[in-house]
Design a protein around this ligand. Structure first.
Ligand code: GLC
Length: 586
């Protein structure tokens, strides 16, 4: 399709032109014709430790979430995803589960969960919960039983226990490294005190990997899914979906230099898998898809379009889309989008690739800019040079972001993202424009990455600081005692929700406007047509009756005709300033 666009001002040194044209990109297909909620939903990630603290112990909890759900309704999201709140020794902030069917006392009780879920549903908010199936906590009864059982026993078969290499078995069974640093194997001590076998943990030593070649494990997780589905959850976010199946024989693996985003400028803590052979024997294995087909069938037993969203750090989008084929998961996070730099060509390409790849399998594309594992995008986009963000940021990081630039670009990036067709994820606090907290004292840090690398990598605590609700009051309204499991920066009063709620220029007001217009104009269910001719450093497209223009260049761009619906920054007359995105009514 070609659509002309007219400019209300004469073309300037930028190449805006009255004869600009639009080119069409593959729209997503909805073969069933049905509009399941997850195809278009904006899903808000609640990180329970840091959202709202009902009992004042410094860690957020379920009653705190329940009390603040109306604020999310006001914001205008469709659903929430809760990071883990199940029983856990909290060695990896709850991603180390010791009982999948109960709530950790830190966060409340199962009754508190039921109340939270009922309140969310009354408010019209769907709820998806985090499921951690790649590993359990080392405190889980299954693992304790495995330790207490003999080598070769059934209980050990649920995990990866192997003999060590070397004369006395004192070398790890292979050379795999933990995502958090150090070896991926730990040797156990037998009940009689002698050194025993080794067990695999792709993450912390407290997170032994489950063996998904064992059908017993499959059976347990079917039961766990049903436990939460019976309580009424709308779906699950599947932790480390790309890591659950390992190549038989567990062969040694040395990543090529371009793999493993644990170094360089990448923002993630998890290595992307490469599409090139041989690939990591623990990421993105084909066998994983069988598990998701099985779970698809479990969810299909329930009404209400329950959904699975996979955390799969897999690229390119064509490979990622295999996780959302019609009989597998419904959604998967689009980390390629999150990792795309603030660059018009790169954004154009990742949007095209995503819509095409997901469209081919009849799934919605998802979009995401921040979560609890990466540097917040208001900070990430404030770097003008390469920085070791994949290691997190801290006082000794040699680069400092430009905070003003970062927030400006973050607002522009979100304004662009929320106009895209499909489903989008927001991470708590980004609606306030919260930056990464860089200057956390070493003594406050809790991410296992920090400990496993002896402080070499800062890790992810900087994006997990409890969020501010009120400018006044202890811990900015996070609770009534002032306790906070990570210290909050002194300058966060101005970013508090109650301050931003009364300021029409605030980031919160921008998000509210974007979400209500996205909903009113059905942008999630729309299709994207590129608009060309506004210059190489502009990303412009049409979705329904909205024309979206993002200026990633160095000079302002004359705007074409159309009433301004929303703009990430004030416009300069009919000029779109740099690092600004506008929605025009077409
Ligand atoms: C996922 C989670 C991350 C956690 C890891 C291990 O990547 O998002 O926070 O540390 O899995 O469970």
């Amino acid at each position: 399709m070609t659509t002309p666009i007219t400019s209300s001002t004469a073309p300037s040194s930028t190449d805006a032109s009255s004869s600009a044209t639009a080119t069409s990109t593959a729209a997503q297909s909805h073969p069933s014709g049905e509009k399941e909620w997850w195809r278009t939903a904006v899903i808000y990630q609640v990180y329970p430790r840091s959202f709202a603290d009902g009992n004042g112990d410094g860690v957020g909890d379920l009653p705190g979430i329940t009390a603040h759900l109306p604020a999310l309704r006001t914001l205008g999201v469709d659903a929430i995803w809760l990071s883990p709140f199940m029983t856990s020794p909290q060695r990896d902030a709850g991603y180390d589960v010791a009982d999948y069917r109960d709530v950790d006392p830190l966060f409340g009780t199962l009754d508190d969960f039921d109340r939270m879920l009922a309140t969310a549903h009354e408010l019209g908010l769907r709820v998806i919960v985090d499921l951690v199936p790649n590993h359990t906590s080392s405190e889980h009864a299954w693992f304790k039983a495995a330790l207490a059982s003999a080598e070769g026993s059934e209980a050990r078969e649920h995990y990866y226990f192997r003999d060590g290499k070397g004369e006395n078995g004192d070398l790890p069974p292979n050379n795999w490294e933990s995502v958090f640093g150090g070896p991926a194997w730990t040797r156990i001590t037998n009940p009689d005190g002698t050194p025993g076998q080794w067990y695999l943990h792709l993450f912390d030593t407290s997170q032994p990997d489950l063996n998904w070649a064992d059908q017993w494990v499959w059976e347990q997780f079917r039961g766990i899914l049903r436990f939460w589905l019976d309580r009424g959850v709308d779906g699950f976010r599947i932790d480390v979906a790309h890591g659950m199946v390992k190549v038989a024989g567990l062969p040694d693996y040395t990543p090529a230099e371009h793999e493993g985003s644990l170094s360089g400028a990448s923002v993630t803590l998890e290595p992307d898998i490469s599409d090139e052979p041989p690939g990591a024997p623990f990421w993105g294995q084909e066998g994983g898809h069988e598990i998701f087909r099985d779970w698809h069938n479990v969810l299909a037993e329930y009404d209400g379009d329950r959904a699975l969203c996979g955390e799969a750090w897999v690229s390119p989008p064509a490979k990622l889309a295999r996780y959302v084929r019609p009989d597998e998961m419904q959604q998967t996070f689009n980390f390629s989008y999150l990792e795309t730099p603030w660059n018009a060509d790169a954004l154009h390409k990742v949007i095209d690739d995503s819509l095409e790849a997901f469209g081919e399998v009849g799934a919605p594309s998802t979009w995401v800019l921040s979560n609890h594992d990466v540097v917040r995008h208001a900070t990430r986009l404030g770097f003008s040079e390469e920085s070791p963000q994949g290691h997190g940021l801290g006082p000794k990081t040699p680069f400092r972001p430009d905070a003003v630039l970062g927030l400006r670009r973050a607002r522009a990036a979100t304004t662009l993202m929320l106009a895209l067709p499909g489903s989008a994820y927001l991470y708590q606090g980004e609606e306030l424009g919260l930056p990464e907290v860089i200057d956390l004292p070493d003594s406050a840090r809790q991410d296992p990455t920090w400990f496993r690398t002896n402080g070499e990598r800062y890790g992810r605590d900087g994006c997990r600081v409890p969020i501010p609700w009120t400018a006044d009051g202890p811990s900015y309204g996070f609770n009534e005692t002032g306790a906070s499991w990570l210290p909050q920066p002194a300058e966060w009063a101005k970013l508090a929700r109650d301050v931003e709620a009364t300021d029409p220029q605030s980031t919160l007001s921008l998000y509210e406007r974007l979400l209500s217009e996205r909903e009113a104009r059905s942008l999630g269910a729309g299709t994207l047509d590129w608009v060309d001719g506004l210059g190489d450093e502009v990303v412009a497209f049409r979705n329904g009756d909205v024309t979206v223009i993002a200026n990633l260049g160095q000079a302002s761009v004359p705007l074409p005709d159309g009433d301004v619906i929303v703009s990430s920054e004030p416009l300069e007359g009919r000029e779109l300033p740099v690092d600004t995105t506008v929605w025009l009514a077409f």
